[in-house]
Ligand binder design. Structure first.
Ligand SMILES: NC(=O)c1ccc[n+]([C@@H]2O[C@H](COP(=O)([O-])OP(=O)(O)OC[C@H]3O[C@@H](n4cnc5c(N)ncnc54)[C@H](OP(=O)(O)O)[C@@H]3O)[C@@H](O)[C@H]2O)c1
Length: 294
């Protein structure tokens, strides 16, 4: 039997409709336009594409969208001054500083300067702490997308064994917290984990966020498990072409799993719309308005 395909793209399209409806309502009833600022330091080609796509998504929804390009040689003080200016700009409700940063700019210094109320990637220590305390208002976008897809395709995950492979601040750590809050029994694996295939075979929900193409093999997957593949890796497809693959060997896993996210079109498809959702939530909170249930 082949797994049910978890259609992140279709889910994201439905969520975008709800975000657009709420955006229109906020404008109509409160004259409030959500504002998103992106800061891109340097000219890493992948980061340029991410920032362009985020800006386009914001403009398409009618948001106030600002991009601040900065030179790859910008000093840390210059980047922090820019973040402070955006913190103080009332038309900007969400700020996204695209990572990775050039080596002279410390990520921690940027995050410690960013106003947590405008931290729509939920990377600041304040927002990570609120998530740990079960009081988060802004949740990291890709883990949030994972939880939405699990709710839609699996339903109640209480008591299930969940394994998250990867412990990044951006994905693995918040994903583990969200799974725990949903009453799964959570294990977090990383590069020092012993006998990962055996650990993986116990998981009812197997989440891979490693950044290594096709790393998780089909025979690591427990029959009928739900597989969430967060990895986005570009590999050689022959004849001078490339293609995107996940961290899971999809062809091997699809015949064992009960449900699986494809790459592309799975979990990654939900990230930008959740960034828009977070910007909308941030705009409501900063304006003293109730957060819409979307
Ligand atoms: N929009 C999206 O869909 C989205 C969002 C975020 C990330 N991603 C993708 O998800 C992947 C992971 O990104 P990230 O930023 O979360 O990760 P990251 O910061 O690159 O960290 C990778 C994690 O994987 C672990 N790891 C590396 N090799 C391993 C191995 N052989 N066995 C077990 N664990 C191993 C590392 O362990 P250690 O901690 O021990 O080093 C680390 O915790 C990337 O492909 C990225 O492009 C996609």
């Amino acid at each position: 039997m082949t797994a049910k395909i978890i259609d992140g793209k279709a889910f994201a399209a439905k969520l975008r409709v709800r975000v657009a409806e709420e955006t229109a309502r906020l404008k109509r009833e409160h004259n409030l336009v959500p504002g998103l600022a992106t800061v891109l330091v340097g000219n890493d080609p992948a980061s340029e594409i991410y920032v362009r796509n985020k800006g386009k998504a914001a403009r398409d929804l009618g948001y106030h969208a600002v991009n601040v390009p900065m030179s790859a040689e910008a000093s840390e003080a210059e980047v922090l001054a820019q973040v402070r200016a955006l913190n103080d700009d009332p038309a900007v409700h969400g700020i996204l500083v695209q990572m990775p940063l050039p080596k002279q700019v410390r990520e921690a210094a940027v995050l410690d300067t960013l106003d947590p109320a405008k931290d729509v990637d939920a990377l600041t220590a304040a927002n990570a702490g609120l998530l740990l305390s079960g009081r988060a208002k802004l949740v990291s976008c890709t883990p949030m997308g994972m939880m939405m897809l699990l709710k839609e395709y699996v339903g109640d995950i209480a008591g299930m064994d969940a394994l998250v492979i990867g412990r990044s601040l951006l994905f693995g750590k918040p994903a583990a917290q969200l799974l725990l809050a949903a009453n799964a029994t959570v294990t977090v694996a990383h590069s020092k984990t012993r006998d990962l295939p055996s650990v993986a075979r116990r998981a009812d929900i197997l989440v891979a966020a490693i950044g290594q193409p096709l790393f998780v093999k089909g025979n690591w997957v427990k029959p009928d498990a739900t597989v969430i593949d967060v990895g986005i890796n570009r590999i050689d497809a022959g004849e001078g072409k490339t293609k995107l693959v996940g961290d899971v060997d999809y062809d091997g896993a699809v015949n064992v799993a009960g449900a699986i996210t494809p790459v592309p079109g799975g979990i990654g498809a939900t990230t930008i719309v959740n960034l828009m959702r977070n910007t909308l939530i941030a705009a409501c909170l900063q304006s003293g308005l109730p957060v819409p249930a979307i």
